[in-house]
Design a protein around this ligand. Structure first.
Ligand SMILES: Cc1cc2nc3c(=O)[nH]c(=O)nc-3n(C[C@H](O)[C@H](O)[C@H](O)COP(=O)(O)OP(=O)(O)OC[C@H]3O[C@@H](n4cnc5c(N)ncnc54)[C@H](O)[C@@H]3O)c2cc1C
Length: 289
């Protein structure tokens, strides 16, 4: 099937794009990033925007840089460029770990981090990673800019804090403190497919090996990327060993309503998630930085 008719716009600056979004706000306008999710949805007529605003001519939306204590990733930065980036590997290594599980090479060549986050697929890895890293989303409209924390950004499947006349321009990630440990574990039907369950973990240990701070993000389990806050709190003060990881995993899975799908039942997904949390937490005992 082919998409329904639409008008096509290709602004060359963020301000031009924001003017277009404001002018087209009454109709159904959508911005086009890498097109890896939007174009298939348009082909299946699951999305029928009247206007498409292509972001690929806006150079200011691309690039990765350090600013103060943050890593700034432009919304139009492509997955493969981020995966290969040295600043990301040094200052946000969890992103590099998780990218080993995101889609296939050709899709990562086109797909963007901004498009991925705005699409908010519940089985997508990056929303959970952004929640674990405490990222902030920089959102622009013709009226100005605002920052929204990753914990407040994802509303549900394909729904985020970005309003129709707004644009996600960049993702701000606090640079990783030295010594923080990270781990990412996933099970999918095939490598590069969306997650049946995936866990992103970050842990700070004190000199004696006790947990000072833990973050556990989950995707593929429910309608939205989650954080297992009860398990995070329960780990504080504990030695990070099998008993503590198992207790955290048990606490996490009791508070989640697991999706039941044709590919995998809710009870199997629950058991899988429990095992992956244990694996991810114990994976954090290997020093990363
Ligand atoms: C076969 C296949 C396998 C895949 N596997 C995975 C996987 O394992 N894990 C995974 O995470 N993803 C996977 N993907 C999705 C891929 O990562 C997409 O690139 C991503 O979800 C969407 O990014 P995009 O740049 O292509 O966005 P687009 O498809 O262009 O846009 C997606 C949505 O976001 C909106 N949008 C885009 N950019 C902005 C912005 N800057 N501001 C506001 N709104 C914006 C668009 O209007 C649209 O609604 C897969 C895709 C395919 C086709």
């Amino acid at each position: 099937m082919k998409p329904a008719p639409f008008s096509f716009h290709r602004p060359s600056s963020i301000s031009q794009c924001l003017e277009l979004l404001q002018a087209l706000a009454d109709g159904d306008a959508k911005v086009l990033a890498g097109g890896q999710s939007l174009i298939p949805m348009m082909n299946f007529r699951m999305a029928q925007p009247e206007a498409l605003i292509d972001l690929s001519g806006i150079a200011d939306l691309e690039g990765i840089r350090l600013q103060d204590d943050n890593l700034i990733i432009g919304a139009m930065s492509r997955h493969n460029a981020i995966k290969a980036d040295e600043l990301v590997a040094i200052h946000a290594p969890l992103i590099s770990l998780a990218y080993d599980h995101v889609a296939h090479f050709t899709i990562r060549n086109r797909g963007t981090l901004g498009g991925n986050l705005c699409h908010s697929d519940p089985a997508s890895e990056m929303p959970a990673v952004m929640r674990v890293l405490g990222a902030q989303m920089e959102i622009a409209s013709a009226d100005g800019r605002r920052l929204v924390s990753a914990d407040q950004f994802f509303f549900g499947p394909f729904a985020t804090a970005v309003e129709p006349e707004e644009l996600l321009v960049a993702i701000r990630i606090p640079i990783s403190p030295r010594g923080r440990r990270y781990s990412f574990h996933e099970v999918s039907l095939r490598k590069g497919d969306f997650a049946m369950s995936a866990i992103a973990a970050a842990v700070d240990l004190d000199v004696e090996g006790r947990v000072m701070r833990a973050r556990i993000g989950l995707c593929g389990v429910s309608d939205i990327a989650l954080r297992a806050e009860n398990a995070e709190e329960g780990l504080v003060g504990e030695y990070l060993n099998l008993a503590a990881a198992t207790a955290a995993a048990d606490a996490a899975v009791t508070s989640i309503e697991f999706n039941d799908t044709a590919a995998i039942s809710a009870s199997y997904r629950r058991d899988l998630t429990r095992a992956l949390i244990i694996r991810a937490l114990l994976g954090c005992t290997e020093e990363r930085l």
